[in-house]
Design a binder for this molecule. Sequence first.
Ligand SMILES: Cc1cc2nc3c(=O)[nH]c(=O)nc-3n(C[C@H](O)[C@H](O)[C@H](O)COP(=O)(O)OP(=O)(O)OC[C@H]3O[C@@H](n4cnc5c(N)ncnc54)[C@H](O)[C@@H]3O)c2cc1C
Length: 479
Amino acid sequence: MSKVIDTDICVIGGGSGGLSVAAGASQMGAKTVLIEKGLMGGDCLNYGCVPSKAILAAGHAAHAQAHSDAFGVAGVTPQVDWSKVRDHVKGVIAAIAPHDSVERFEGLGVTVIQEHGRFTGPRQVQAGDTTINAKYVVVATGSSAFVPPIEGLEDTPYWTNETIFDNGDPVDHLIVVGGGPIGLEMAQAHRRLGAKVTVIEMLRAFGKDDPEAAELVLTRLRGEGMDIREGTALKSVAKTDAGGIAATVEKDGKSEVIEGSHLLIAVGRRANLDGLDLEKAGIAYERTGITVDEHLKTSNRRVFAIGDVAGGYQFTHMAGYDAGIVIRQALFKMFWAKVDHSAVPWVTFTDPELAHVGMTEADAEKKLGRGNFQVLRWSFAENDRAQAEHQTDGLVKAIVNKKGVAIGCTIAGAHAGELILPWVMAVQQKQKMGQIAGIIAPYPTLSEVTKRTAGSYFTPSLFSDRTKKVVGRLMRWFS
Ligand SMILES: Cc1cc2nc3c(=O)[nH]c(=O)nc-3n(C[C@H](O)[C@H](O)[C@H](O)COP(=O)(O)OP(=O)(O)OC[C@H]3O[C@@H](n4cnc5c(N)ncnc54)[C@H](O)[C@@H]3O)c2cc1C
């Protein structure tokens, strides 16, 4: 039987962004409808962040068993049970799922409709038999793996992020197409679990990150036996008679066939726009996503678009951040609330990790010009904790402007994802190096690298001849 609901806020998509809006809005007293056509929790919980970090953790556990010799503990060859690895991954999802569940959201007062949502008017959405008239609509439909038109792909079995985590069988040789964060995280996880891995990247692996820091990580990944082919184009794929995969690649005009057992496509993301009938609500969009302004408003002033579908920074923390911007406007009428992308962090959770915020050296060169900024470097080899744990492959690279204010930072190294946080605060709050160098960092922690990096800003003036003269004079006067 058809039903009509009048509501304050209608959210389409129950992933990181949509759930944040729905939870916030209903707890603040707004009548809220949430429409989700698939699994609650969206990509992050079911096919993205959570399972990828869980399988990486399994890979790291196997790696630790095999590489304990440096500590005087004989390494052993790990016995990997792939079906149990899958159980572990699914178990982690299951442990988090109640937080994103229909039951929890209904308990918060949200009306959850498990259907496909589509616009039927500027403020009207249809979900199954239900028509929703809303004061505001928030589109949070996310993104899916972009599968390029590769010759032979239609007749060749392949994985995307939506299917790889269902595997419970041994992987002999994984061919990964795409050398971005998703491809490289999956590549390392599978390598550490015992698979041979080949990564095919048309341009540069970790193409969005600082090349120097990226190279540090890539050297380690290659050292673990991953075959990472940069500047290499995938021309075609085919299923072999033995049931494997034959990938034809080309580099510098030379063609080669790589044979593997499994294929993962991880070349980028595509905004989920299909079947939304955006035209019926006058919402402008492009191939990359729904067009939004700095307030996350679409061309329909009563409709916001957030998270991956808005085509900006496609991270869970950004979908959550976007949700806050929308809530401030829709609920508290703070129409001036807008996004600030000056301090957006991101992390690739390989080992070592690669974390970034603000400007890279290349960004600073382009925006400020050489001579108008400084690059401060600090090696993990100078850190006592890193030495104790054999984690000395690491680099902090901070970018500061002429006034000594933090404008960016990249960290490659153990726990870089945790270590980046003080730099996120520093960039966001425009902190000077003196403020960071002046903190007391507990010893021995990796966190000391932040203090030492900031401190290095003062090294040239602190240990100069001028300082020596001043100190000499003071010592004489007060003797
Ligand atoms: C393998 C992988 C690893 C990742 N790792 C990280 C990480 O470590 N850290 C990080 O920050 N980010 C990571 N990401 C990115 C992160 O998952 C996304 O940025 C995040 O999920 C985006 O949230 P969202 O709310 O925009 O979309 P989603 O979480 O994708 O949610 C969108 C929801 O909308 C639903 N939907 C779509 N269309 C409709 C419709 N018409 N009607 C009803 N429902 C609809 C979908 O079913 C889906 O549930 C990873 C992504 C992948 C693929």
